[in-house]
Write a protein that binds this ligand. Structure first.
Ligand SMILES: NC(=O)c1ccc[n+]([C@@H]2O[C@H](COP(=O)([O-])OP(=O)(O)OC[C@H]3O[C@@H](n4cnc5c(N)ncnc54)[C@H](O)[C@@H]3O)[C@@H](O)[C@H]2O)c1
Length: 259
């Protein structure tokens, strides 16, 4: 089964690193023209350069997609460079811990702005273009198993991811008539820069190794690599997916099937 994106344009937010980069690279390998996005111009450009070296059409757009202006500019520059947009992957996010009662509201709110509002702003801007083009489209939201499980000190992140999956269902309903299919991929533990919390890689911590590897709370006894999450993202975004709409695909190695 070959996934062919020739002639299609894919935008991946937060794709300078991690899962976003892996998805952008896989879209490019499948023939798409790709838009790499991130906040940091140098990281974003370097990621785009790596993808260009594969022989793909690619541009880098440094923009903060948590703002309406940044999201709008990302979609505008995509259309200017490639003439349209077929796929949007809402992947950009930050992780932080914040005590619900004591943390300053702006710190708490920032996680919602980046992790949820970015998907709202980018989806609205991209859907306008997709509807006007009249050739359908695909939106994939990268949520998390935090969308239905809560972690102490991460109420903002849990809320953002839960709302993101509900956004997926709502947009599947609203955009379906335009043949724009909207789905989520909800990863478990993934080996990316986001796993480094307070300078330490939590996937190397005793807590992770004891619980999730040795006691096999993850049946596969390991975290995933970003490329393993890119695979379902790219399939859901492809024209091979003609009928999966409003679905949350959990990619957690089986972590959430038991207590
Ligand atoms: N790593 C995990 O264990 C894990 C688990 C479940 C879900 N996720 C989700 O996967 C997605 C990708 O995360 P990752 O693990 O690859 O981590 P990552 O930190 O490598 O990727 C996130 C990217 O988003 C970018 N970004 C942050 N704020 C931005 C903004 N305002 N505008 C544009 N770009 C911005 C960052 O610069 C970074 O490149 C996120 O949505 C994350 O919540 C990750």
């Amino acid at each position: 089964m070959n996934i062919d994106f020739t002639g299609q344009v894919a935008v991946v937010t937060g794709s300078g690193t991690g899962i976003g980069y892996a998805a952008a690279e896989l879209f490019a390998r499948c023939g798409a023209a790709v838009v790499v996005n991130g906040r940091r111009p140098q990281v974003t450009q370097e990621a785009a350069d790596k993808i260009a070296a594969l022989g793909a059409k690619v541009i880098a757009v440094a923009a903060d997609v948590s703002t309406i202006e940044g999201a709008g500019r990302l979609i505008d520059e995509t259309v200017k460079a490639f003439g349209g947009i077929d796929v949007l992957v809402n992947n950009a996010a930050i992780f932080a811990t914040a005590d619900f009662v004591e943390s300053p509201y702006h710190e708490w709110r920032r996680v919602l702005d980046v992790n949820l509002d970015s998907a709202i702003h980018c989806s609205r801007a991209a859907a306008r273009v997709m509807i006007a083009q009249g050739r359908g489209g695909r939106i994939v939201n990268v949520s998390s198993i935090h969308s239905y499980r809560a972690e102490r000190g991460a109420s903002h992140y849990d809320l953002a991811k839960g709302a993101m999956d509900q956004l997926t269902r709502a947009l599947a309903l609203e955009l379906g008539p335009h043949n724009i299919l909207v789905n989520s991929v909800a990863p478990g533990f993934v080996d990316t820069p986001m796993s480094i919390v307070n300078g330490k890689n939590e996937l190397e911590s005793e807590w992770f190794i004891t619980n999730y590897v040795q006691q096999r709370r993850i049946p596969l006894a390991r975290a995933s690599q970003p490329a393993e999450i890119a695979q379902p993202i790219v399939w859901l975004a492809s024209r091979l997916n003609t009928y999966v709409n409003g679905h949350v695909l959990v990619a957690d190695g089986g972590l959430s099937v038991t207590f």
